[in-house]
Design a protein around this ligand. Sequence first.
Ligand SMILES: *Cc1c(COP(=O)(O)O)cnc(C)c1O
Length: 462
Amino acid sequence: MPYGVKKWVTVFGKIRIDLPVDDIPKSWYNITPDLPEPCPPPLNPRTKAPAGLEDLWFFPKNLIAQEISTERFIPIPEEVREAMAKMSRPTPIFRATRLERYLNTPAEIYFKYEGISPLGSHKGNTAIAQAYFNKKEGTERLITETGAGQWGTALSLACMFFDLKCTVFMTRASHDQKPYRRTLMELYGAEVHASPSNMTEFGKKLLSEKPNHPGSLGVAISEAIETVRKDPTSKYSLGSVTNFVLLHQTVIGQEARMQMEAVDKKPDFVIGCVGGGSNYAGLCYPFIYDQMNGKLNAEFIAVEPKAVPSFTRGTYTYDFGDTAGMTPLFPMYTVGHNFVTPPIHAGGLRYHGKAPSMSVLVKNKVIKAVAVGQYEIFEAGKIMSRYEGVVPAPESAHAVCAAIDIARRCKETNEKKVILFNLSGHGLLDLGGYGEFLDGRLVNNCEPKELALSDLPNISKT
Ligand SMILES: *Cc1c(COP(=O)(O)O)cnc(C)c1O
């Protein structure tokens, strides 16, 4: 155990567990070689053959190498560790003692607080790594799309750190609803376009048909990829779902493991919210590694919104990674790429699919999935705000909600369990949603009657 850990733990009475900055992990943990069954490869949508380098032309080769790597540990470059230190890594774990008292539960509740980053969420962990590896490969400009804005914000600053230009296509609906997000990205040096835009042929076509088109993530991805195709100095960047993004997030769980060890606790429950899967994979994969090696006996719980229930109601099959049908096909739990997501406030959880590696773990019952509703998560966010002072992002409030449920169950059964959850980001730029909740204007009926499972790509039917 590192000396610094014990020292800090004693000082803060086990309520706040900090690691010294030198303990930022030195490698990422790749779960690929440890999966209970191999993850099937992505496929070329036309030939249905395993996707090759040319199918992933919009990513740099060094990130593709990480995507398909079977090495268990991948070293983190010093420049990346240094930039992560600027983003408040290592992040603290807090014990939610006031929340425990409010719930009157015998359970102990701990949360890893990723919202402490100046970017407000965990997304900087991969943004920094992607900017670094792109710079090394000679990329001059990164292009991406953003819905809620957290990803665009993280990539903007990461590009600034590594001297890259950054272009962000932001869905017009969010762009108009959340002008502060745009300002933040521009402050961090990015060029931001409301999508559909006049910058691309696709955008121009949509605007000529419908001048006030609200946009969608699918449209923004199409615009981003068209722009990458036209500028050979540029590459595309993604904030979730791919193996390399999940890999970069494993700093979260490696730190958490050291922190829990420092107070001699082993979690009985490891919980996180899941959009594409990156923050939760980041927390739980290192613990799953311990579990597979007989050092832990925990329950792993992935929390998704009832509005986008790919784990709990969707199907495990090959589907497009994007709504526009331009990417390779990935093996994953999905609600169908044509699914029209209800307009929930947790914008980061609106993606139609789940990361392939996490899908394998859910399919094999290593991870259990639960779904919660929009009203419940805002209620949990309110409790978290009032008793711990932390306003969770609506995405993160899904994890808070599940943790509170379990703590309440522990009260009924009088079990002294240890609950650990990831608080992936703060909600200080999501106060619009909290306002609706407090005023009683929140739309709660977001459960879709039907999913879009009838028009999945053909491979699933062969
Ligand atoms: C983007 C985001 C998520 C969802 O993405 P994952 O890849 O599943 O982590 C969750 N929480 C916050 C705060 C986000 O910004």
